[in-house]
Design a binder for this molecule. Structure first.
Ligand SMILES: NC(=O)c1ccc[n+]([C@@H]2O[C@H](COP(=O)([O-])OP(=O)(O)OC[C@H]3O[C@@H](n4cnc5c(N)ncnc54)[C@H](OP(=O)(O)O)[C@@H]3O)[C@@H](O)[C@H]2O)c1
Length: 235
């Protein structure tokens, strides 16, 4: 099967958050792509563990696989919704400084550090793709329901970090595509308590859709915000 046809034959891929439902499914798809030579993975169980709250651990984890690069495809599938046993806030009264801080630590600051460490692993001249798992609820303009303060705000902050890194990186890596991804509602540890009543998509169809979408995006001096069906989402 040939999947990522826009990347050079023999391309190398890196999946972060490989232990999650979506991260695992990305790895399954990429190992079946006959154009993909290498799929490296990082997560909290890696020999050098990727811990989003620990800047030094993120640096060490990425350094531990750096010699396998450059990577033409990097997918960051990390993220959390329920943190320290606390689910998303329904109302203002449910919001706490600690809850917000923890959501930002994982979904925004951790992501920022991953971008800082991983963007130098993209090739300078060839086409490359950096996809990060965002969420539609991180869209400020698409917020019609309210609630989920920490998750929404930390995903929006993660999107801003991606957008800013995309603008800067275009100067040195004009062939790089950056995209924030909405996977649909995929039943996983993260979503299982909240997916009732939502139309769900299997991890396989979601990751296949996201990879097809990434494959078709053009490099530009801005990030994309797209869902697994290829539809653009307003920031
Ligand atoms: N599932 C959905 O319906 C849905 C919808 C919209 C967006 N998303 C986004 O998609 C991404 C993946 O979600 P998923 O459904 O695959 O969830 P998942 O199965 O819970 O996977 C989450 C991944 O993030 C890692 N992670 C969480 N907290 C971490 C921390 N503090 N340090 C290091 N790694 C950490 C997990 O590592 P461990 O295995 O070690 O816990 C796991 O690899 C997330 O960014 C999520 O916000 C999912």
């Amino acid at each position: 099967m040939s999947l990522m046809t826009s990347l050079p034959a023999g391309y190398r891929a890196l999946v972060l958050g490989a232990s999650g439902t979506i991260g695992r499914s990305f790895i399954e798809q990429l190992t079946c792509d006959d154009r993909c030579a290498v799929v490296e993975r990082l997560d909290r169980s890696s020999p050098s563990p990727l811990i989003l709250e620990d800047e030094a651990a993120i640096t060490s984890a990425v350094q531990s696989i750096a010699t396998c690069g450059p990577f033409h495809l990097i997918l960051d599938a990390t993220g959390a919704l329920t943190i320290d046993g606390q689910g998303p806030e329904k109302r203002l009264e449910g919001m706490s400084a600690n809850g917000l801080m923890r959501a930002f630590q994982i979904n925004a600051i951790g992501r920022g550090m991953i971008l800082r460490e991983c963007i130098p692993l993209l090739p300078r001249k060839e086409r490359s793709i950096f996809g990060v798992l965002s969420a539609r609820v991180g869209s400020i303009s698409d917020n019609h329901l309210g609630g989920w303060y920490g998750y929404r705000a930390s995903k929006a902050a993660g999107n801003m970090l991606l957008q800013t890194a995309a603008i800067e990186s275009h100067r040195t890596r004009p062939g790089a595509v950056f995209a924030a991804l909405q996977p649909g509602t995929v039943v996983s540890r993260l979503s299982e308590a909240f997916s009732r009543g939502h139309e769900t998509v299997t991890a396989e169809n979601s990751t296949m859709g996201m990879l097809n979408t990434l494959n078709s995006l053009t490099a530009r001096p801005q990030a994309w915000f797209v869902d697994y069906r290829g539809q653009t989402i307003d920031w």
